[in-house]
Structure formats: C-alpha cells, structure tokens
Design a protein. Structure first.
Length: 494
C-alpha cells in the first residue's frame, strides 16, 4: 500500500494533522476548563460580596432577638440561585443557618438545577481540604461534576463567622462534556476530509510523474527523438522532465553519432574489401598469368589489406577511447627528441615526393606524456602534411616551451583546406577532398579514412591539451598541439 508516493504522502500528512489536531484540542480543552473554573470562582466571590452586604443591611434593621441567624436566613431567601447553597458557620464549623433548612415553600428554582446539600460531613471535608490549600476554593468530588466550595470569614455582631457557598459544577462539566463530544467528532471528520483532500491533491500533483513514466516506457532506441511533456517548467516535476529531456537529447545525439560512425565505417571498409575481392578474382580467373602479374596483384592485395588493417586499427582506437578504456601511460620524455624521431621515420615518404622536411631546433623539452600516443599523434599530422603537400614542397615541425605549455607546430606549404571545411576536419571519417584523398590512396600511398585527425585530437585531449588548425589557406596549413603547462618538466640544466 505504501509503495506509492501518493499513499505515503497522504499517510504522513494525515499523521501530522492528527498529532496537530490532538495537541490543539488538548490545549483548547485545558484553556476552556481553566476559564470556566475561573468564571465560577469569580461568581462565587461576587455572590459572597452581595450576600454579606445583604446580611449587613439585615443586621442593622434587626432587633437583637432575631440576631445573626435570622439575618442570614433572610439574606439566603434573597440569594436563591439554582445549583447554589449557602451556609453561615461558627468558626469551628457548626451550622448557624443553611439555605437547605429554609422552609420548602420559600425555596425557588429547585427544578432548574439541584443545589448541593450542606451536610456536616460536607462542611468538615470542605474545611479540612481548605486548611491544606492557600486559596479559599476547593472542589469536592461527587456525582454530576462534583461541587465547588468557597469559604469566607466575616464578623457580624462582634462575633466571627464563616460564610460557605457551594456551587454545583454540573453546568461546567456539561459544557466540558459537550466540548469533548464536539472535538471527538470534529477531529476524525477533519482528518478524514483532509486525508481525502490530501490524497486527491497528491494524485493530481503527481499525475505528471505517471505520465512521464508511461511516456518514458514508450521511448526506445528507434523513438529517441520523442520527448517528455513539460507541464510547468517552473516546478520540480517540470525541471525533472526538462532534465530527462536533455538526457534524451544527449542520448539521441550519441546514438546518431554511433549510427553515423557505423555507417561511415562500413562505407570505408567496403571499398578496400571490394578491391581485395575484385583483385583476387582477376588474379585467379586467368591460370596462364606470369609471375610478374601475380606479384603485381599480390602487391595490390597487400596494399588494400594494410589499408583495411589501418582503418580497423583506427576504429578500434577510437572506440576504446570513447569507452575510456585506452590507457594513457605517462612517462618522462624529451618532446624535441620525439619530434625528431617522428620526422626521421617519415623522411622516406617525404623524400618520395621531394618534400623538404625540417625540424626547428629549440633545445631540450622534457615533458610528461604517453610516448607511443604522442608519436602516433605527430605521425598522423606529418602523414597528412606529406599527403596534402605537392611534390617539392616544404614541411617544418617545431616543439617549444611557451607560457601556455609545450607547443608543437606542423607547418606545410601544401594546398590548404577549403575554409568551409575548417570546422569539420576533426569529425570522424571526414575528408575535405574525397577525390584528392582517393587519388592519394593509390597503391604505394597511405590514403586515410578520415580518422587520423580525430585520433590526434583525442590524444592531445587525453593529455589535457588541445589540437587546433591554426591556419590553412593557399599558402599552406599549420596545426598546433598544446600540452598544458603541468606536462612540462623543468630540465635538469635549469
Ligand atoms: P585522412 O586520413 O583522410 O587524412 P584526417 O582525419 O587525417 O583524415 O584528415 C581529415 C581531412 O583533413 C583530410 O581528408 C584532408 O582533407 C584534411 N587535411 C588534414 N591535414 C591536412 C593538411 N596538412 N593539408 C591539407 N588538408 C589537410
């Protein structure tokens, strides 16, 4: 039952409301009880004042024969209130006069509220209780809420007396009982109504969650373009839906990229495979071929197989890099030496096109990095420079320390990259000039699949550095790699 947020919210809401209402009711009940009691006591004091005033007046009129007892009885006749009894007592508690001893005919209002009896036991228990309290009031327990007793000492005819007034607490207890009944009904009704309202509100407010769940369940790989409905972008659920939508955007983009990668990859693999297939079929179709013809076919097959192996290797590198599984093994190395080594290894390729390849001497440059990855990056850049520089061209490679870090530049005076492709050359499988690249992929050259720059960029970024196209126009192309300052190691000669 409590597996749904709605039910849990309602349960907690009802629980907190019940506790609050119970506390509130207790406080209200206590305040009402106190104020009713205070009102009764104030009434008793007023009654005593009025009674004693009447008694005084009676005594001043009275003849000595009548005395205090007669004056008291007369005052009692004038102070007949439902539920109230009067008694005038001697200081030791003997009854001189009591309202209940008046002749029945003279007593009024008996039916409205019976007046408490003033028996000697009651008088004694009242006086005994009062002797242990500081107030002149005491409550005597009994049926119908018990009795409130008030005693005041006074002097009349030069003698000390005590006036005792008993008030039935029945009206009070009835009022409190009515309050208890009212609260007893009100609390459960309020809780039931509020819980129903709370459940309804929770249901209404959480409806978008149910909607989101249903829609999210329908989104699959093929419907990644669909989005969740954002009902109110300003509230929490709206923000959640917007966040999930942004997540879907990213997933959609990643899936699109992956699909394009697979499509491009299969396209790239199809060409060398078709060549392999065609070449081998031609070689096998004619049994009377000379050994030179076989050698030529096998050399073409080998070239395509190498190209295929390189594309597969590059794709494997990128997919491992994407998955964060390509290890970057940093070690201390001299970047100037690495640059010289890479330049040396492509010297034959450059020489084949009569390209002058020079390394700018800038002194020692010790850095921390992955030697094999950095040389792969450099070889990709040099390979491109040689590929896209016409015969007799010039390529310069330089490594130097700058305030931004270690910087490597590869400059060629080749044909350059058309401006409209500058932003796309780092995309996977992108080639600015497909025809030109195809021409270069003729046997004997190392035609690429458009992955070289993507890999070089990833390597620079794996070293927390950057690879950028600094310039490319008709006068040539400059690529710059910057490894961050933290990669620089101060040389021992410093
Ligand atoms: P490829 O394997 O085709 O060389 P790259 O990712 O290395 O793929 O390069 C992407 C494209 O950028 C190339 O096809 C080429 O058009 C262009 N390019 C890269 N380097 C140079 C350069 N030095 N000069 C001119 N164009 C270049």
């Amino acid at each position: 039952m409590f597996s749904s947020v709605r039910a849990r919210l309602t349960f907690w809401y009802a629980g907190v409301l019940t506790c609050t209402l119970l506390l509130l009711s207790l406080v209200i009940y206590w305040i009402v009880k106190r104020s009713v009691m205070a009102r009764t006591d104030a009434g008793l004091v007023e009654l005593a004042d009025s009674f004693l005033a009447t008694l005084d007046a009676e005594l001043s009129d009275a003849t000595p024969a009548n005395g205090v007892a007669a004056a008291a009885r007369q005052s009692m006749l004038e102070h007949q209130y439902p539920g109230h009894s009067f008694a005038v007592l001697t200081p030791i508690g003997q009854k001189l006069a009591a309202s209940e001893d008046l002749p029945a005919a003279t007593r009024e209002n008996r039916r409205t509220e019976p007046s408490p009896r003033i028996s000697p036991e009651i008088v004694q228990s009242c006086l005994a209780s009062l002797s242990s309290t500081e107030t002149p009031f005491v409550t005597l327990p009994g049926r119908r809420g018990g009795t409130r007793c008030y005693v005041r000492s006074f002097t009349a005819a030069r003698t000390d007396w005590r006036l005792m007034i008993l008030a039935s607490r029945h009206p009070e207890s009835e009022l409190l009982a009515r309050l208890r009944v009212a609260l007893g009904w009100l609390i459960p009704i309020t809780i039931i109504l509020a819980s129903a309202g709370g459940y309804f509100l929770a249901r209404k407010n959480l409806a978008p969650v149910a909607d989101m769940t249903a829609r999210a369940n329908l989104i699959s790989e093929s419907t990644l373009h669909e989005r969740l409905a954002v009902q109110n972008p300003a509230d929490e659920l709206g923000r959640l839906a917007a966040t999930l939508n942004r997540l879907l955007d990213r997933l959609d983009l990643a899936f699109q990229r992956q699909r394009r990668f697979i499509a491009d990859a299969s396209h790239e693999l199809r060409t060398p495979l078709a060549i392999l297939q065609g070449e081998s079929e031609v070689a096998l179709s004619n049994p009377t071929r000379t050994p030179e013809e076989y050698r030529e076919s096998l050399s073409a097959l080998q070239h395509e197989a190498r190209r295929l192996a390189r594309i597969v290797e590059d794709m494997f590198t990128l997919s491992r890099a994407d998955a964060g599984q390509y290890p970057v093994n940093r070690c201390e190395l001299y970047l100037d030496e690495l640059v010289a080594e890479c330049a040396h290894s492509v010297r034959t390729l450059a020489a084949a096109k009569s390209i002058t390849l020079s390394v700018e001497p800038n002194g020692e440059l010790p850095v921390s990095g992955d030697e094999s990855l950095l040389s792969r990056m450099l070889l990709n850049l040099l390979d491109n420079a040689i590929k896209y520089t016409p015969n007799g061209g010039k390529i310069t490679v330089a490594a130097r320390a700058t305030p931004a870090g270690a910087q490597i530049t590869v400059t060629d005076n080749g044909t350059g990259i058309p401006r409209e492709f500058h932003s796309r050359i780092f995309e996977r499988f992108f080639r600015a000039d497909l025809a030109r690249t195809r021409a270069n992929s003729a046997p004997g050259s190392a035609g690429g699949a458009g992955l070289g720059l993507s890999i070089a960029k990833w390597i620079a970024e794996a070293h927390r550095g950057t690879l950028g196209l600094t310039r490319s126009d008709a006068s040539g192309t400059v690529f710059t790699v910057t490894l961050p300052a933290e990669a620089l190691i101060s040389s021992p000669s410093d």
